[in-house]
Write a protein that binds this ligand. Structure first.
Ligand code: UT7
Length: 373
């Protein structure tokens, strides 16, 4: 039902354009050298096997919805929208503040987007791509003109700090984008999502749901932390991300050399290298930030997109490809014809935001100096 064929057959004039981006990483940094003091690992092993050097971690009591809030405020401010201009808020996450109410509800409340429909999407590392899918089809259907799509995580809250095979991989952070309806031939041109629920144990968190509600035993047995079969996950990740990319390219007659920027889920630099090598992409076509942030699950793709745009790698008219893979198994991809001029850069004082202070939010009131002309 949600696959590309039907999507393509629809005669579309109404599309969802990506009109703004926001990112927020908590200020505290955990380096590989810090991890050497915590588990039996080494900076060399982590860099060589994953490409990660450090990750940002929440230490000051911020919540996942606070990370999402800071990133969302930035994106809104860059186009001068008020939170109440939004028609929907969709948050991809596996680490919401609570199971319910949803993280999207919390974010909407903190933004002051009262009355705006808001919901979470649970698709692990593909959470952002699934959320983007929902945002795009909601806009294309005519039910919404403006949608906030969020990927935000506090992965350090579900990591087993005694398990060296996983605790070195993850970090915290948030990235968002804003979609707006357009009649122009730009924005999200095609999408592909899918799942295969036969392999839940490749990457999962067994406890906390109705199968294993919290007890002393589930805590003692570490059921409330993530577990991963790394090698097997690695192999499926390469294959799946490659398939998704080729499907999108073939369906739209786009050649890999025509891609402006390729952004793959930041789970392991070796996974991305394997995929982009098979696609014969040049290094200047690929943007990664895993070195600085590790795997931030649903936040990896929007935070990469934010940085690539900020660095001037993405120009109006460029093809941008986003591809994810994650637990479930789930996967997702998007082919975007970039449709906007460079976004305004907020001042340092606005980007710093080392906590969700009232000052920070006051400064980021939408519609002021940084409004797009
Ligand atoms: O985001 C969702 C999707 N996630 C992914 O796609 C992740 C996919 N998997 C991976 O990225 C990689 O499999 C890992 C980074 C998790 C592991 O890398 P690997 O090259 O597959 O290592 P491995 O699991 O085969 O382990 C090799 C060795 C083992 O030691 P022995 O048995 O050879 O003596 C591990 O015990 O490395 C050891 N090891 C470590 N050594 C130092 C595992 N973790 C560490 C560590 N530091 N942190």
């Amino acid at each position: 039902m949600f696959r590309g064929k039907q999507f393509r057959e629809q005669k579309k004039t109404r599309r969802a354009n990506v009109v703004s981006l926001g990112k927020y990483m908590p200020p505290d940094i955990l380096t590989n050298f810090d991890l050497e003091q915590m588990v039996d690992t080494s900076n060399e092993w982590i860099v060589e096997r994953t490409g990660i050097r450090e990750r940002h971690v929440v230490k000051n009591g911020m919540r996942q919805s606070d990370l999402a809030l800071n990133a969302s405020r930035e994106a809104l401010a860059r186009v001068g929208w008020a939170p109440t201009d939004l028609d929907a808020i969709i948050v991809g996450t596996v680490t919401p503040d609570h199971i319910f109410p949803s993280s999207a509800n919390a974010l909407a409340g903190k933004l002051g987007a009262i009355g705006v429909p808001s919901w979470d999407v649970l698709a692990a590392c593909s959470g952002f791509m699934y959320s983007l899918y929902q945002g795009v089809v909601t806009v294309e259907s005519g039910r919404a003109d403006r949608v906030l799509v969020v990927g935000a995580e506090i992965m350090t809250s579900i990591v087993d700090w005694d398990d060296r095979s996983t605790c070195v991989l993850f970090g915290d952070g948030a990235g968002v984008l804003l979609l707006e309806a357009t009649e122009e031939p730009c924005g999200v041109i095609d999408l592909e999502i899918g799942s295969d629920g036969r392999y839940p144990k490749l990457l999962h968190m067994p406890g906390g749901g109705s199968a294993h509600p919290a007890t002393h035993e589930t805590v003692d047995n570490k059921l409330h932390t993530l577990h991963m079969e790394g090698q097997e996950t690695f192999k499926v990740a390469v294959k799946t991300m490659l398939n998704v990319t080729q499907t999108l390219l073939n369906r739209n007659n786009v050649k890999s050399e025509e891609i402006g920027v390729y952004i793959g889920h930041q789970a392991n630099l070796r996974i991305i290298d394997a995929v982009t090598k098979r696609l014969r992409l040049r290094p200047d076509q690929v943007y990664n930030n895993i070195e600085k942030y590790g795997n931030t699950t649903s936040a990896t793709i929007p935070s990469c997109l934010y940085e690539a745009e900020m660095k001037g790698m993405i120009k109006k008219g460029d093809w941008v490809v986003l591809v994810s893979f994650g637990a479930g198994l789930t996967w997702g991809g998007a082919l975007i014809k970039w449709g906007i001029d460079p976004l305004p850069v907020l001042g340092d004082e606005l980007e710093a935001g080392d906590s969700v202070s009232e000052n920070y939010s006051d400064q980021l009131k939408p519609g002021r100096d940084w409004q797009r002309s």
